[in-house]
Write a protein that binds this ligand. Structure first.
Ligand code: GBH
Length: 517
């Protein structure tokens, strides 16, 4: 009897607790809270809204005013490498038409422009030749024109392109010499432009650059082993590891230089841009969940961990440790928090399936250098998100929120920028009534807001891109522009998404003004 009554008593608080928990998580109350916070949400007043581009994809003017050949100028001449056999010789001719393009941005109401500099325009022969003052003058004019229109320049030092000279001399990213060249280039940029540029990023998604350039041979220098693609040379396993190491060391040295010599006076911030794919475990099994984490280590944290914490991620060590180059004590000194912010390019998600502990069919991602994780957008024949017709691209806005939370948690709430996010379908037919792009942007921005409500310190969003551009190995077959470009006449025509983005930004500005009042 005594036992029974004490049991009864002790169960009371438990029941009470259950009641409270159920009430808290019940759909009606959480929906209410959701609505409330949705209404309350405002982007901060100094939040950067912009569009993003890169030099090779939009500038054209490939030999104008003393620019030398870049790796991409040369690569695009190799038959079979670019879907429509095109190149960036003219592209959208942004080199000459930037004033008009900046006017379009101003009309959208954006307060920033993310663009990259062409290294071969500024240092045609790298550190083995002179600074090309005509290249400097061009970017000076352009930076001034950005500022005159009330926009903040957000500058990437290199978005995939290097002077061809450096490829010829020592194999660019495969050689440790590249660090000296990169730092020299960075210093020229800080010196000439740093009085006005307050946001610098060293690299645009070096993870993608290496995977496509040194594993799959789909970008210059077109190295790969047979299993991965069609190349005349390469080592798809080792070369990406070596090139990544040289890129990380180049980044650290440039950041160190900026901090020691320029930052105090110029008062800018410096970071790096990484591509993020959100990896969902294909099943709930422990093995697949570990595989999803491993996929991040072989993609995203591969670069970010060394830059922030001075070491490669454990999952990378566990698998390729013996082939992983080591950081020197000097590198480690430079790497004390080698970033002021992280830029994330977020487009899509994929399933991750374990191939380390489980038997699994050979597939994309399943090799040792990729961490033994099959990555694929399909599960039982069904796609993880809406297909776009582009094999790598499925619409998965949840990935935006999850990636932001993941990076924010792992790197102690460091400031984040979405440096790219945008939509295209496959083929040149994408119309001016680009409803799907509007829906895409709206859903991804909602996901971004959810991450901010949960505490991610997101400070900007750049949509890719203002204009249709040269889309690397896809040539002109993809169209990411808010503006359609006719590549014969170079005429720009707004799509529906341009008005939508303009309206989105102006509503947001009005809201932040209200909040101030
Ligand atoms: C961005 O990367 C680039 O930064 C930008 O320059 C580009 O214009 C934009 O994509 C749109 O294409 O060749 O099938 O093996 C986004 C992430 C990851 C997308 C690699 C393309 C190549 C897949 N990219 N991916 S594939």
């Amino acid at each position: 009897m005594a036992t029974k009554s004490s049991m009864h008593l002790s169960m009371f608080p438990l029941r009470f607790l259950c009641f409270i928990i159920i009430t808290l998580v019940s759909p009606s109350s959480s929906t209410l809270r959701e609505i409330k916070t949705k209404e309350n949400f405002r982007f901060p007043k100094d939040f950067l809204f912009g569009t993003a581009s890169s030099s090779y994809q939009c500038e054209g003017a490939y030999l104008t005013d003393g620019k030398a050949l870049s790796n991409w100028d040369v690569f695009t001449t190799i038959p079979g490498k670019i879907d429509d056999e095109s190149n960036g010789k003219v592209a959208a001719d942004h080199y000459h038409r930037y004033p008009e393009d900046l006017d379009l941005m101003k009309d959208l109401g954006v307060n920033s422009y993310r663009f990259s500099l062409s290294w071969a325009r500024i240092l045609p022969k790298g550190r083995f030749g002179n600074v090309n003052m005509k290249g400097i003058d061009h970017y000076n004019r352009m930076i001034n024109a950005v500022l005159e229109r009330g926009m903040e320049p957000f500058v990437t030092l290199t978005h995939y392109d290097v002077p061809h000279e450096l490829e010829l001399r020592y194999g660019s990213w495969l050689s440790p010499h590249i660090r000296e060249d990169f730092v020299h280039y960075a210093e020229i940029c800080f010196r000439y432009f740093g009085d006005r540029v307050k946001f610098w990023t060293t690299f645009n998604q070096p993870n993608v650059q290496l995977i496509l350039g040194y594993r799959k041979g789909m970008h210059p220098p077109s190295h790969c082993a047979n299993y991965f693609g069609n190349c005349t040379r390469g080592d798809s396993y080792k070369e990406p590891l070596v090139a990544a190491h040289n890129i990380i060391r180049s980044h650290l040295a440039a950041v160190y230089l900026y901090r020691m010599k320029y930052q105090e006076q110029q008062r800018g911030k410096i970071g790096i841009v990484m591509n993020s794919i959100w990896y969902e475990p294909v099943s709930d099994s422990l093995a697949d969940r570990l595989a999803a984490e491993r996929a991040q280590a072989f993609y995203l944290t591969w670069f970010l961990d060394p830059v922030v914490y001075g070491r490669y991620p454990k999952e990378l060590h566990d698998i390729v440790g013996e082939d992983l180059p080591e950081f020197t004590t000097d590198d480690l000194k430079l790497s004390k928090n080698g970033l002021d912010f992280i830029g994330i390019n977020q487009y899509t998600g994929e399933y991750a399936q374990d191939c380390l502990h489980s038997a699994c069919e050979p597939g994309k991602g399943g090799s040792k250098g990729e961490g033994f994780v099959n990555t694929n957008a399909l599960k039982d024949g069904l796609a993880l998100g809406e297909p776009t017709g582009i094999s790598w691209f499925h619409v998965y806005p949840q990935g935006m929120e999850k990636a932001l939370m993941y990076v924010s948690e792992r790197y102690k709430n460091i400031p984040l920028y979405i440096t790219e996010n945008g939509f295209s379908e496959n083929g040149t037919g994408i119309s001016l009534n680009d409803h799907r792009r509007v829906k895409f942007m709206s859903n991804y921005l909602d996901a971004l807001k959810r991450a901010m409500r949960k505490g991610a310190d997101v400070r900007g969003y750049f949509t890719w891109s203002l204009l249709d551009s040269f889309e690397w190995s896809f040539g002109y077959t993809l169209r990411f522009g808010l503006y359609h470009v006719d590549f014969d006449t170079l005429e720009r025509t707004p799509r529906l998404s341009a008005s939508w983005y303009k309206n989105f930004i102006s509503k947001n500005n009005a809201q932040s003004k209200d909040a101030d009042a």
